[in-house]
Design a protein around this ligand. Structure first.
Ligand code: CLF
Ligand code: SF4
Length: 390
């Protein structure tokens, strides 16, 4: 998964605020009742996203993901990447404290599944590329699907090795894939990717970017044809691809991407990346918001990404990775699914309650007045006023 963050970080201090394009469960519920609301979605799509904390903004309030850093090899070089280990204090994509073997990954997944009732997704999101380091990705996800069948499987990839694995992803029941696409014009790609390794040889310059672009588009189309939900991540690099991401957005929407997540570049000299060492600046928060606003309406724009570490565990706003280090894992992994099932029932009840509330809403009473009132309310989500200011 792509890197980005720290001083460029845009935090979501009010995760429940309704932003343009944000989807709440009320939207899902009304769409399943046949509403013509702009956010109306097919029930099959609702089913796929309603418990996925990244594909649904509403779900991130309730559901957790965990990442397994099992696939460290990568087949391209991005100018913003430095895959690191033992970087416990850096919260940004691609860093992880340890790489795991597939056996360790299974033990960790089962321990988290037993202890974190909100867990709904297990993902592989760096360091490295899940499709290139395929043997390890497969050796990790197949046993997890068997032992914890109620969690969704998710991977993130640069797309170069994606096309040859699409059918296996379907067979393995991986329902969500993120492709990092930073350009659709290979000339711009030359400023982001110095080289790729493809089909047994290394390519540089425009050839590298052209091959990467073609493979990304092919992989995207193949996933869309097979009904896998696709999110595209793009790293916003001022002066390199910021304006160009408007074109990227159109291309990926036309090829079936469900959601576009534009993330700010992380670029600091201490990270040791090409951009960091060469003074490439990261976008200001206002620039990122302005770009996302321009994309809104064309495809769903993600605004609640936390640019997670490659070993993150828990709700997006509450990383619990430190509770599940290898040394803390029980020798014998068991899958205690009771807590998860009880929690999901609770959330279903809460969501049903919201739907009924929305249905029962009376027409607002208004009285003519020249006075303008500003009223502050807080919410935990779901379109309700249900939080205090404390
Ligand atoms: Fe992980 Fe990525 Fe799957 Fe989510 S993260 S592999 S889609 S389960 Fe989510 Fe984290 Fe943002 Fe990624 S908040 S960095 S978008
Ligand atoms: Fe790093 Fe490879 Fe991911 Fe690029 S694709 S960010 S080089 S791991």
């Amino acid at each position: 998964m792509s890197r980005g963050m720290s001083k460029c970080r845009i935090t979501n201090t009010a995760p429940a605020a309704r932003e343009p394009g944000a989807t709440t469960f009320g939207d899902y519920a009304s769409s399943s009742r046949g509403s013509s609301e702009p956010n109306a979605m097919a029930p099959a799509i609702i089913e796929k996203i309603k418990d996925h904390p990244c594909f649904s903004r509403e779900a991130h309030l309730y559901f957790a993901r965990m990442h397994l850093a099992v696939a460290p090899a990568c087949n391209i070089q991005c100018n913003y990447c430095n895959r690191k280990y033992d970087c416990a204090n850096e919260s940004r994509p691609g860093v992880a404290s340890h790489r795991l073997t597939p056996d360790q990954a299974l033990r960790r997944a089962m321990a988290v599944a037993s202890e974190v009732p909100q867990l709904s997704v297990v993902g592989i999101a760096g360091p490295g590329d899940a499709c290139y380091d395929w043997r390890k990705t497969k050796a990790t996800l197949i046993p997890i699907a068997r032992k914890i069948p109620d969690v969704k499987l998710c991977i993130s990839t640069n797309g170069l090795a994606l096309p040859e694995h699409v059918d296996e992803l379907v067979d393995m029941n991986v329902g969500h894939v993120t492709i990092t696409i930073n350009m659709v014009d290979p000339k711009i790609g030359t400023k982001i990717y110095p080289w790729i390794f493809y089909d047994g040889r290394r390519y540089n310059g425009i050839d590298a970017s052209r091959i990467l672009h073609e493979r990304q588009m092919l992989g995207l189309e193949m996933l869309a044809e097979r009904g896998i939900l696709i999110k595209v991540n793009s790293v916003m690099i001022p002066g390199v691809n910021d304006e160009h991401l408007i074109d990227v957005n159109k291309w990926v929407k036309d090829r079936g991407a469900f959601m576009h997540n534009v993330m700010p570049l992380i670029s600091e000299p201490s990270h040791g990346t090409f951009y960091g060492l060469n003074g490439q600046r990261c976008p200001a928060p206002s620039e990122l918001i302005a770009l996302r606003d321009r994309l809104e309406g064309n495809t769903k724009v993600m605004r609640h990404c936390r640019q997670c570490r490659a070993d993150a565990v828990g709700l997006l706003s509450d990383d619990r990775a430190h509770e599940f280090t290898i040394s803390q894992l029980p020798a014998e992994a068991t899958n205690d699914s009771d807590k998860r099932h009880a929690y999901r029932k609770l959330i279903e009840r809460e969501r049903r309650g919201q739907t009924l509330d929305a249905r029962d809403e009376a027409t607002p009473v208004s009285a003519p007045s020249d006075e303008l009132f500003l009223i502050a309310v807080t919410t935990k989500g779901g379109g309700r006023v249900n939080e205090h200011f404390g």
